[in-house]
Design a protein around this ligand. Structure first.
Ligand code: G3P
Ligand code: CA
Length: 284
């Protein structure tokens, strides 16, 4: 069936458009998502949060300050207030080389709008973002996805840094493939690498038992490659050990082709990128 087909397809290398083709157009907006689809990607990656009036929206930061012309916390804004903001002009100012007049004034999208727009023509890699701020976000998300038949059609992966959030999703729907996100970063002494969520120890110390604990509920692990673009935090051995424990390894957020090629050589199962065109050029 479609779900089995999705799992089979996940065994192949996946090009994951991080917030859409967000290197080329404002993240998580229609231009970025449409561009990613035109480039040809396996999944559209979106961060999902919730407005003050309980609407699910595609937005990364907890505050709207960076990626809109507004300010304040997203959770304090109604959908109407969020929709009134300009989610595109900041991109033109920040990235003049990629600026386009059409991006000025684009709106933040609801999850429903994304689904209505792309329907079954896309696959969605949805993150419950900062779920501790949004009690009930898992229920709302699963309900919306089920209402459109997207999970049973094998079109959704759900990811989170929060193990608790992933387990909540699994309670609601045990079919949707889950990916545990981790973020490795150095401790103050710069030596020991520890993990953001507490789900696993650092990559040097991670054991088969730790990987199996994730495998118990997730099909894969989503990890960073570097800390602040400098310190490499995982290596080929980490990827090999995760895969030996039957976990897919998806790596974020990779925008340079030399890094992409290195990860392809390591045999990772997917890459999140703001530039799917660059990755496609290597994969094709
Ligand atoms: O979801 C993978 C990657 O997007 C995690 O980092 O901060 O971009 O959501 P972030
Ligand atoms: Ca994300």
């Amino acid at each position: 069936d479609a779900l089995q087909q999705q799992l089979d397809d996940l065994q192949d290398f996946q090009v994951i458009a991080h917030r859409g083709a967000s290197g080329h157009a404002p993240e998580q907006t229609l231009p970025a998502l449409e561009l990613a689809q035109e480039m040809g990607v396996d999944y559209l990656e979106l961060d999902i949060q919730m407005t003050a009036d309980g609407e699910l929206v595609a937005f990364h930061d907890v505050t709207v300050d960076r990626a809109t012309d507004g300010e304040g916390e997203l959770k304090d804004l109604t959908l109407e207030e969020l929709k009134a903001l300009d989610a595109g002009s900041w991109f033109n100012e920040a990235y003049p080389a990629f600026a386009d007049d059409a991006y000025a004034g684009v709106e933040v999208l609801t999850l429903g709008e994304v689904i209505e727009h792309f329907g079954n023509d896309a696959r969605y890699y949805l993150e419950t973002k900062s779920p501790e701020l949004y009690p009930g976000i898992e229920e709302a998300m699963v309900e919306e996805l089920e209402a459109h038949g997207l999970i049973e059609d094998g079109l959704v992966v759900i990811q989170s840094f929060s193990q608790e959030s992933l387990l909540a999703v699994r309670e609601l729907n045990d079919q949707v493939p889950l990916v545990q996100l981790v973020w490795y970063y150095p401790e103050d002494d710069g030596e020991q690498l520890v993990e953001w969520t507490g789900v696993t120890p650092g990559p040097q110390e991670i054991s088969d038992a730790d990987f199996q604990a994730i495998r118990d509920y997730a099909v894969g692990i989503g990890t960073n490659l570097t800390y602040e673009d400098e310190l490499q935090v995982i290596d080929a051995g980490f990827v090999e050990q995760a895969q030996a424990n039957d976990l897919l390894v998806h790596v974020y957020t990779i925008n340079e082709q030399d890094d992409m090629q290195m990860l392809l050589d390591w045999g990772v199962d997917g890459i999140f990128t703001d530039f799917p065109d660059r990755l496609n050029a290597l994969v094709e």
